[in-house]
Every structure is written in C-alpha cells, then in structure tokens.
Design a protein around this ligand. Structure first.
Ligand code: C5P
Length: 234
C-alpha cells in the first residue's frame, strides 16, 4: 500500500458562500491539500454541479461531500443514490440516524466511502450532558455511535481528536476523520469548536485525515499555512 503523505491527510473545507470565492480558494490551495470538502453552504448555494467544477479545476484533489444526511432510512438511501452519481470520494451521514439509516446509505453509496459523524466537535460536555444525561460525557456516546456505524458497514468515522485514540484502538478498520483541528499558532476569532486538538496530537492519536478550515482560510497566505501544517506533521 502506498504511504500516506502529510498533505494527503489534509482536508480543506470550502466553507464559502459561492463558486467565485470557492474557486479562488481552491485554486490557491490546489496541490497543498489532499482533499476539498464541499459542505452544506456551498452545495446549497451552487447545487450539485459544484463537484464537477471542482474536479475540473483540481483533478488530483479528492472530494469529500459533507452533507451529514440524517432522516428516515428510505429518504437517506434515495438521497445517497443521487449523491453517489456525483462520485464524491467520501460522504457523511449522522450516526445518530441509527443503524438502519446508515445501512441504507451504505447500500446506495456505490464507490463512495460513507463516513458516520459521531458527535459534533462544536458540542461541549455541558451541552452533551443536557442532551444525553445517561451517556454522561461525549466519550460514551461516541463509543456507542461508532459501534453502530461499524455494524452498518460504514467505512469511517468523524469524531474529535479527544476520542481519536480510543476509536482507532477499538475500530482499527474504520478510517478516522478529525475536525476541530487547531494548530498551536492559529487564533480563530469567535471559535465555535470546543473539543479541539493540534494536527500532531490528532495524528499521533490515530487520525487518518484532518479537517482544517479557518486556521488555513484566515491565514495571510492559506497555501503557506497548509504547507506549514504538512511540515509539522512530517
Ligand atoms: O477548522 P474549522 O473549524 O473552520 O472547520 C470547520 C469545518 O469542520 C466545517 O466544514 C464543519 O462542517 C466541519 N465539521 C466539524 N465538526 C464535525 C464535522 C465536521 O466542525 N463533527
């Protein structure tokens, strides 16, 4: 198997309002990250054709379609069939939708790897305690959801750096995608991420891929910030 390079691990979310700004950013980061993530904002603003446009602009960069699907199994299965026609390399569903929903997604995903989002990295332990008192802390909830995702045949998990070590040890066959990454040198104004880790901490703990948005996007030179992270990882 080919060795994964630090750059291959970097997923840059194109969290931007339209194709004009997304194209500019994708152009500057082309060759500096392994993946572009298309999330709800850009997908809703520009529609499915944004994937083909991105592929034309950066054919070597993989595409992660982060729609975080969460509905009844039939609806998610049909939505997944439509999404699979766009041929993203990875796509997300919410593990909280349950095993039947995740299984319906996996069955219709064709070659796209289905990732299960466990607990959003923006939720802190206080909010989690309110939502799921029985689970006490996010760790317990993440463990339950990850096991369900594995049962349903998902190929990977999205979780925080704080759960990475446990998840990699328990589910070594699942790809681990970690958002909420904050390099020590990055300051994000009004940051909503709560359960964060530095790139090196996350990889040491077992992350296969890192989603890093604002620390790169808000840097004076985004390509240089991405390279700096790759060097730190190397
Ligand atoms: O690095 P930054 O906080 O800007 O990254 C934000 C991105 O991470 C968003 O695209 C968001 O959807 C994604 N994400 C997240 N937490 C999750 C899953 C994805 O923040 N659990």
């Amino acid at each position: 198997m080919l060795e994964i390079t630090p750059r291959d691990r970097l997923i840059f979310p194109l969290d931007l309002p339209d194709w004009v700004t997304a194209r500019k950013m994708a152009h500057s980061l082309n060759g500096h990250v392994g993946w572009f993530k298309v999330g709800l904002e850009l997908f809703i603003a520009e529609g499915p054709s944004v994937l083909a446009r991105l592929r034309e602009l950066a054919p070597e960069t993989k595409i992660f379609l982060d729609l975080k699907l969460h509905d009844i199994p039939t609806t998610v299965g049909l939505a997944m069939a439509a999404a699979a026609r766009l041929k993203p390399d990875m796509i997300t569903v919410h593990a909280q939708g349950g095993v039947a929903m995740m299984r319906a997604a996996v069955e219709r995903a064709e070659k796209t790897l289905v990732l299960a989002v466990t607990v959003l990295t923006s939720l802190n332990p206080v909010v989690l305690e309110e939502l799921t008192p029985a689970c006490q802390a996010s760790g317990a909830l993440v463990a339950i959801l990850a096991a369900r995702a594995g049962q349903a045949g998902c190929g990977g998990l999205v979780a925080s750096g704080q759960e990475a070590r446990f998840l990699k040890a328990t589910f070594p066959q699942l790809r681990l995608i970690i958002p909420g990454i904050r390099p020590a040198w990055a300051q994000v104004a009004g940051d909503d991420q709560q359960r964060t880790a530095t790139p090196a901490q996350a990889v040491r703990a077992g992350a296969d891929y890192l989603v890093i948005g604002r620390p790169i996007r808000e840097a004076r030179d985004p390509a240089e910030a991405a390279d700096r992270i790759s060097v730190e990882l190397a």
